[in-house]
Design a binder for this molecule. Structure first.
Ligand SMILES: [Zn+2]
Ligand SMILES: [Zn+2]
Length: 670
């Protein structure tokens, strides 16, 4: 009996260690189009912690035909298409080091051997070429691989290798990057490289057919606490808590008890437990407050703290709620980083966003399959009431402008045709997309489509603004990660408002290297962009007022220009004129002056709140509040424009002491 008991214990221990081992074993991948039938590749470990040094083992088991003498296999590791190279360094922007040092003791050392006795594997690394050696031709990436640019790791042998032979590559003392994401590897046989980029798995959305290494964030630095700001007394709301490391990555190992507190009466749990299995985030439902007022909820864990954005509790249930989102991010499919799934994980769960869109450059969708995967993944991410995802992309030709759709079946891909007309290359006119060579054509086509479906555009800083029409074009992105002065950005908005366009104001991230709503401050310091300077600030946020968290309601909110933008902080900004909120057009009776009401709840102390006004001739700042005497994150005021004549366009700018800013949509008065 005793022995049986012991045997059972041993068996149980054996089984549990097996399941752990199974979890850690990387999957073997077969990519017949690139490696040939039966050839398999595996990278171990396939999950590592950020900043930790690791030894990796890449195992290639040869399939049918083996590998003939003189033939070779290449491997690159990916961020965006112009940067795939064999090195994690593709995310240490501008600081890449090639693989394969001569010194075995040095980091990044690579060696290769073969399971067949006496066979030597030759290993070399291609020279790093320029970022975009062949511009945007439909075969530019494939060509750069073929020409051994970008540190392509190349493996070959002087002997014929046979089916079943294993090539073992040891990549040793590699420091995992600080940026936690999934790093995909692209292995290929040089002779199997296709003619056009769009036949590569990474152009077809087949990222998960490739081996990858997932880097995980750890060691929480603070708690990012968010909630939807506008609620009524006793109304239930939820609170999102994310434990974040110093780079803005989710601290996936976070565990322990987090204490919650608020200065006011309500139903807020005193503690929340993190077991360590939540990937660093948790959403707590069913909270409520018993009295009207402005509140912030504090969260305190072991060695980490956080405080929520302002929560505004009103006596009457608010007709419109306030939601935060990011409508402008780029992905691995084009010239951004991260697979779309990573964005839709990070946006809602870590950044605490309510809505968002992944908006790749349209011309990078080189095949129908990639576009369809994009649409499917966006549909999957859409969960009304929890997180709303829009379909969209960036059209680029004469300036850059983003177009958005509400329904999967109605999204049409318009791309800047001229950009993809290959210089001396093959034409690439896939029938699933529509070319538009200039802004006028782009707008005309969208206006035509709008007759049968809802759609709209958001102009970002590179928009030409020549032929944008406010029937389709509703919103101006006043801020994104591009390093452009506030004056310049605001001047552009003012010029277009003065022209008579009815533009709402938003902000977005335009992230090319981080995920949607990423919390990393100054990513340029961590992931230096080397040859592409001026892109190193964190992203902006779009605030939208809407009745409910659905596509339709947010769409209506954006159409009404009930929006504002911030540099990333969840500033609560309420701005109205005679009870009509930002974005409204207000009619005044003869001789009556407009009265404005502003309320602000910052995420830090405020340094300035002002109203900007266009009186039909010039812009001025007739109302300005500064906070030198008393530090506060709250502001409220009523202001009447005594100088009002016939018409005016008014918007608010908020500046915090920590540099964060926010801009309201205008109110048009006449
Ligand atoms: Zn752009
Ligand atoms: Zn963009």
């Amino acid at each position: 009996m005793k022995y049986i008991k012991w045997l059972l214990v041993i068996f149980a221990v054996f089984m549990s260690s097996c399941s752990i081992m199974q979890m850690k074993t990387a999957e073997e991948k077969e990519i017949p189009s690139l490696l040939g039938l039966g050839t398999k590749i595996q990278i171990t470990p396939n999950e590592v912690w950020r900043s930790k040094q690791e030894d990796f083992h890449i195992k290639i088991t040869l399939g049918r035909g083996g590998l003939k003498a003189g033939e070779s296999i290449g491997i690159v590791n990916g961020s965006f298409i112009d940067r795939w190279k064999l090195s994690y360094g593709s995310h240490w922007w501008g600081q890449e080091k090639p693989w394969q040092g001569d010194d075995e003791q040095k980091p990044n050392y690579v060696q290769a051997s073969c399971s067949r006795k006496g066979v030597k594997i030759d290993l070399k690394v291609g020279e790093e070429g320029p970022n975009k050696p062949f511009v945007n031709t439909p075969g530019h990436f494939v060509r750069s691989l073929r020409e051994r640019m970008r540190f392509v790791l190349e493996l070959s042998s002087e002997s014929d290798l046979q089916e079943g032979d294993v090539i073992n590559i040891r990549w040793e003392r590699v420091q995992a990057p600080d940026y936690a994401m999934r790093y995909f590897f692209l292995p290929f046989r040089f002779e199997r490289l296709p003619a056009l980029d769009r036949y590569l798995p990474i152009r077809r959305g087949e990222f998960y057919s490739l081996p990858s290494i997932k880097v995980k964030g750890h060691s929480a630095a603070y708690l990012h606490v968010t909630c939807q700001p506008l609620q009524g007394i006793d109304e239930k709301f939820s609170l999102n808590i994310a434990a974040v490391d110093k780079f803005g990555n989710p601290a996936e190992d976070f565990s322990g008890t987090v204490k919650l507190s608020v200065d006011g009466k309500g139903n807020i749990p005193k503690t929340v437990k993190f077991s360590g299995d939540e990937r660093g985030h948790k959403r707590i439902e069913g909270l409520s407050m018993a009295e009207a007022g402005w509140y912030r909820i504090k969260a305190e864990g072991e060695g980490v703290t956080g405080i929520s954005n302002y929560l505004v509790i009103s006596k009457v249930k608010p007709a419109e709620r306030l939601y935060f989102g990011d409508m402008h991010v780029h992905i691995l499919d084009c010239d951004g980083t991260n697979d779309i799934r990573e964005h839709f994980f990070y946006g809602p769960n870590i950044a605490g966003l309510d809505f968002g869109a992944v908006s790749p450059h349209a011309e990078y969708f080189g095949c129908k399959q990639a576009w369809e995967r994009y649409l499917k993944e966006t549909s999957k991410a859409n969960e009304p009431g929890r997180f709303v995802a829009f379909y969209g992309y960036e059209w680029a030709q004469e300036g850059h402008t983003n177009a958005y759709f509400l329904n999967e079946g109605e999204a049409e891909l318009l791309y800047g045709e001229k950009r993809m007309r290959a210089r001396g290359g093959i034409e690439d006119n896939a029938p699933f997309r529509i070319g538009a060579d200039n802004e006028l054509e782009f707008m005309d086509k969208l206006e035509e489509l709008k007759k049968t479906r809802p759609l709209f555009t958001i102009a970002h800083i590179h928009s030409a603004y020549r032929d944008l029409r406010d029937s389709v074009h509703w919103l101006d992105e006043i801020y994104s990660q591009h390093k452009i002065s506030r004056q310049k950005r605001e001047e552009r908005l003012r010029k277009n408002l003065a022209r008579g366009l009815r533009l709402g104001v938003v902000a977005g991230s335009d992230m090319h290297r981080l995920t949607m709503g990423h919390l990393c401050k100054n990513p340029g310091d961590v992931w230096y962009f080397g040859d592409r300077g001026g892109v190193d600030r964190t992203g902006g946020l779009q605030a939208t007022f809407a009745e409910a968290l659905t596509r339709k309601d947010l769409y209506r909110g954006m159409e009404e220009r009930h929006t504002y933008g911030t540099t990333g902080a969840r500033i609560v900004l309420l701005f109205s004129c005679n009870n009509s909120m930002m974005g409204s057009q207000v009619k005044m009776a003869e001789g009556v002056k407009p009265k404005f009401h502003i309320e602000v709840g910052g995420t830090a102390d405020l340094s300035e709140v002002l109203i900007c006004c266009f009186d039909g001739e010039k812009w001025s700042e007739p109302m300005k509040a500064s906070f030198k005497e008393q530090a506060t994150d709250r502001y409220e005021c009523c202001w009447e424009d005594a100088k009002f004549k016939q018409s005016g366009i008014y918007y608010v700018r908020v500046t915090q002491a920590d540099g964060e800013q926010g801009w309201s949509s205008p109110i048009w008065v006449n």
